[in-house]
Structures are given as structure tokens and as C-alpha cells.
Write a protein that binds this ligand. Structure first.
Ligand SMILES: Cc1cc2nc3c(=O)[nH]c(=O)nc-3n(C[C@H](O)[C@H](O)[C@H](O)COP(=O)(O)OP(=O)(O)OC[C@H]3O[C@@H](n4cnc5c(N)ncnc54)[C@H](O)[C@@H]3O)c2cc1C
Length: 454
């Protein structure tokens, strides 16, 4: 990029919102994954849809690749600017525009961090349920169709998107969706842009559906003699008709690392964490008794339980610490995080396969069990070619098994760079249709190139 190019970008967003500095480019060259860093040529911070539109139009005219950037917390290389060019960082567009309490809706700019949004919504007795844990932006969550521990009851991001403002790869601005609670009108472009990983356009604003904050919580931690006792319990609870608001599995190795890192004294066995929310304590107590029965039928060793937000926080704290504790236990090693999902009836089979597959690796298995979603954090050295090849081979075999069980190569982290090789196997002929959509909207392949497609 020459001086004239940079001057043109500065005319659009202002002098201080364009940077070619090394540290800024470095910060925007990688996400939270192990995928190789690639420096963009320039980073820009727009403040309005109009500025985004002018930047994208400029890039289109100059054939410069564009990569949208939320907070860079992805785990599959999704926002890495693999072809260089311009990174458009949306973090300055972080206004909560309007909360419509009576409609259970909020209008936000794409750079709002969902945790900040939920802090604000709490005052209105509302919340936005998808919760990926990291400090993600709404734009990045829409990009990846993120989900989290409450998806088992409340669904992924996609189910909360009512209306979007999107800048297409040529710079045109479109408005998609409406504020009605339901609609049968036309093709569902909301679903097309949600989960597109920024390859079809840049979301600048969204109207999100919200949910009332539950009045009460019940939480339960149960340990089991074997992994299959725990995973069978998952299937039985989920198929009983009860709807937990969270249902997580932790392998014994995860509990061990938590004990060591946090000086806890938890039983080092396969563990399930569950949460139920609702309005009456009596209702929750009845559900708890029913769930306890299922746990005992599956030889549960210990059940620790409680009602109310404090008890919920006590029992759930360990889950929020998991990733950090694993990383801290292995200084100098890097994580590869596997992420597959299968139908619930195949969850036990999938987990057993994964355990066997990673048995010779430094691996920690956990996941959003109620969604049939499994994560394995494998700690190793990407620099050690032979070892890293073994780690990637394990990842590959786990994905192929998930596909064989009619699951998906990614439950929530997206395809990014890491899962592209599985796209054809997962989508078959439908991948061709996806390519045609991409070519129609982005004929020069400038919008977040090198992602999703093999
Ligand atoms: C410790 C940890 C735990 C995590 N746990 C979960 C989890 O439980 N569930 C889960 O789903 N994810 C999880 N993630 C992954 C990640 O946090 C989510 O995918 C998150 O939604 C990414 O948001 P972001 O703002 O960081 O987006 P980025 O990483 O910056 O971008 C994500 C993708 O969206 C695109 N994009 C960004 N902004 C826009 C926009 N405005 N318009 C269009 N496209 C855009 C980017 O180009 C990229 O392809 C975790 C990550 C970490 C580090």
C-alpha cells in the first residue's frame, strides 16, 4: 500500500483510525488458535456503516482483500488476514443503540462486546443468552454463529438475530430481516450471513431477540466411575423431556488439572455439571430429584447440588476456569482445540472414540454435552513437526468420526482455516451451491479470503 492509498483511507475514517504500525498489524495477524500469523498491510477502525461501506468500496475498486475483525478470539483462524490487505476492526462501533424492553429486543452496533451488553440488559431484567466465554463482539458471534454453555436450552446466536445491516463486498448496504417475532417472507438471508465468518459481507448493526432473566437456578455436580456412565446420563437426562439450561461434561484429567491449578479437592472422576433455571423453587426441586435419580441409576459416585445463584456460581466456577488452568499447567506448549458435535444418541460412542484416539497425547476432554458437542484441548509444540503431525492426525480422525456419526466438523468455532479440508465431505453437492453464493456476492474473492472453502 502506498502513501496515496493510505491517504485515501484516512480521508474516509480520519487520520488516527488508520494504522500500518508493526504492533497493531501484529495484534491483527492472529486469533487464539495455533494457525500461522499473517500480517495485514493496514488496519482501520470505522465509526459508522457509511464509513465501512466507503472502505469496502475502496477495497473493491483497488482489489484489496478485506477481513472483518471483532475481538480476534476465534479458534480456527477465522479472522486471520491470510492474503494480507485491510483488516476492518469494528471495535469502535460499540454503541448499544436502543433497548426495547417490551419487545424483548435490542439494537446494537457490531463491535459491542456481549458481556458488556448483558451487564446493561441486567438492569432491564433481560439477557442475550449465547455465551462463548471469551470477550467476543456481537459481530464476531454472528460471524461464527457462536454458542456456549446455555445453548442447550436457549440456542446459538443464529436464533437471536432478527435484523442485520450488512455491507456487501462491493460496498452496497442492505438491511435484512425485520422486528416481528416471526416472518415467512422471502429467502432467509439472516441465516446466510450468520455463520458466514465475514466471507459474504460485514455486519455493522444487528437487532437481537432477548430473553427474560430467569428468577431461580438449580445446579448439580455429579461424578461417575466411568466416562460412559457420565455420557449415558447425558442422553437419559436430555431424552427425559427435561430441559437443562446447561449440561457440561469434564473428563477426569480436566478435574485433576483444576485441582492442581486452583488447589481444589474435587473427586478426580468423569464429571457432569448441570444447571436448570425456572420460576419456582418447588419446580426446580422436583426436577433436581428426577435428575438425581437418573445419575444414581448410572452409578453416580457423588452428587453436590444447590439452589439459588450463589450455589450455582459455586458449583459452576470450575467450568469457567477450565481453559486457563489447562494452559497454565503446560507452560511453553500451545493448545489445539478440537470441536465436533454429533447427534445426542451417538455422544457416548463419540466420546469413547475420542478418549482412545488421544490417549497418547496431553489431552483434556470436555464439552457442551447437552448439545452433543465435544472439545479436546491438546497441549503440544507446533514447532515439533513429528509431534504436531500426530496431533493434527488425531484431530482429523476425530472429525471424520463425527461426520461418520452424522455430526459436524465444527459445533461452534466455525470452519476458518482449520476445518476447510472437511467442507466437501460434510456438505457434498451443497458446497457447490455455497461457492456459487460466494461468487455472486463476492466475484473477486476479496471478503475474508481463504476461509470456509477448501
Ligand atoms: C477461551 C475461549 C473459549 C471459547 N469458547 C467458545 C464457546 O464456548 N463457544 C463458541 O462459539 N466460541 C467459543 N470461542 C471462540 C470465539 O470466542 C467465538 O467464536 C466468538 O464468537 C468470536 O468473536 P470475536 O468478536 O472474537 O470475533 P473474531 O474472532 O474477531 O471474528 C470471528 C469471525 O467473524 C468475522 N467477523 C468479525 N466481525 C464481523 C462483522 N462485524 N461482520 C461480519 N463478520 C465479522 C471474522 O472475520 C471472523 O471470521 C472461545 C474462544 C476462546 C479464546
Amino acid at each position: 500500500m502506498d502513501r496515496k492509498d493510505l491517504q485515501e483511507l484516512k480521508t474516509i475514517v480520519g487520520e488516527e483510525w488508520v494504522s500500518t504500525g508493526d504492533s497493531v498489524r501484529e495484534l491483527h495477524s492472529h486469533d487464539e488458535s495455533f494457525h500461522p500469523w499473517v500480517l495485514p498491510d493496514v488496519v482501520v477502525w470505522p465509526h459508522s456503516t457509511e464509513e465501512v461501506s466507503r472502505l469496502v468500496r475502496w477495497a473493491y475498486d483497488h482489489k484489496v482483500p478485506v477481513t472483518p475483525w471483532g475481538a480476534g478470539t476465534s479458534l480456527e483462524g477465522n479472522p486471520i488476514p491470510v492474503k494480507g490487505g485491510m483488516v476492518i476492526d469494528l471495535q469502535e462501533m460499540d454503541r448499544i443503540l436502543e433497548i426495547r424492553q417490551g419487545d424483548f429486543q435490542v439494537d446494537v452496533e457490531a463491535g459491542v462486546v456481549y458481556k458488556d451488553l448483558n451487564k446493561e440488559l441486567r438492569r432491564y431484567g433481560l439477557f442475550f443468552p449465547p455465551d462463548p466465554g471469551a470477550a467476543a463482539t456481537i459481530g464476531g458471534m454472528i460471524g461464527n454463529n457462536a454458542s456456549g454453555i446455555r445453548t442447550v436450552k436457549y440456542g446459538p446466536t443464529r436464533e437471536y438475530v432478527l435484523r442485520l445491516v450488512v455491507v456487501l463486498p462491493g460496498g452496497e448496504v442492505i438491511r435484512v430481516g425485520n422486528r416481528a417475532r416471526k416472518s415467512s417472507s422471502g429467502y432467509d438471508l439472516l441465516r446466510l450471513f450468520t455463520g458466514a465468518e465475514g466471507t459474504l459481507g460485514i455486519v455493522t448493526e444487528a437487532t437481537l431477540r432477548l430473553v427474560g432473566l430467569p428468577e431461580n437456578f438449580m445446579a448439580l455436580r455429579a461424578t461417575f466411575p466411568t466416562v460412559s456412565d457420565a455420557t449415558d446420563t447425558v442422553f437419559q437426562v436430555m431424552s427425559s423431556g427435561l430441559v437443562p439450561s446447561a449440561m457440561e461434561f469434564l473428563d477426569a484429567e480436566v478435574v485433576k488439572v483444576l485441582n492442581r491449578d486452583r488447589e481444589l479437592e474435587l473427586e478426580e472422576s468423569p464429571t457432569l455439571l448441570m444447571e436448570f433455571d425456572g420460576y419456582s423453587e418447588e419446580g426446580l426441586k422436583a426436577e433436581m430429584a428426577f435428575v438425581e435419580g437418573i445419575c444414581r441409576e448410572n452409578r453416580s459416585l457423588l452428587i453436590d447440588k444447590g439452589i439459588g445463584p450463589d450455589e450455582r456460581n459455586r458449583l459452576w466456577e470450575i467450568r469457567h476456569l477450565t481453559f486457563e488452568s489447562i494452559k497454565r499447567a503446560h507452560p511453553g506448549l500451545e493448545p489445539l482445540i478440537m470441536d465436533v458435535a454429533v447427534p445426542l444418541s451417538r455422544y457416548s460412542e463419540m466420546v469413547a472414540f475420542v478418549k482412545e484416539e488421544v490417549s497418547d497425547l496431553t489431552a483434556y476432554l470436555f464439552g457442551h454435552a447437552g448439545d452433543g458437542n465435544i472439545h479436546v484441548v491438546v497441549m503440544d509444540r507446533p514447532g515439533d513437526e513429528a509431534r504436531w503431525r500426530r496431533v493434527q492426525e488425531a484431530n482429523r480422525r476425530v472429525v471424520l468420526k463425527a461426520l461418520e456419526l452424522e455430526g459436524t466438523c465444527t459445533g461452534e468455532h466455525g470452519v476458518g482455516i482449520g476445518k476447510r479440508e472437511f467442507a466437501a465431505r460434510e456438505h457434498g453437492e451443497a458446497l457447490e451451491v455455497m461457492k456459487r453464493i460466494k461468487e455472486t456476492l463476492d466475484p473477486h474473492g476479496l471478503m475474508n479470503p481463504g476461509k470456509i472453502f477448501p
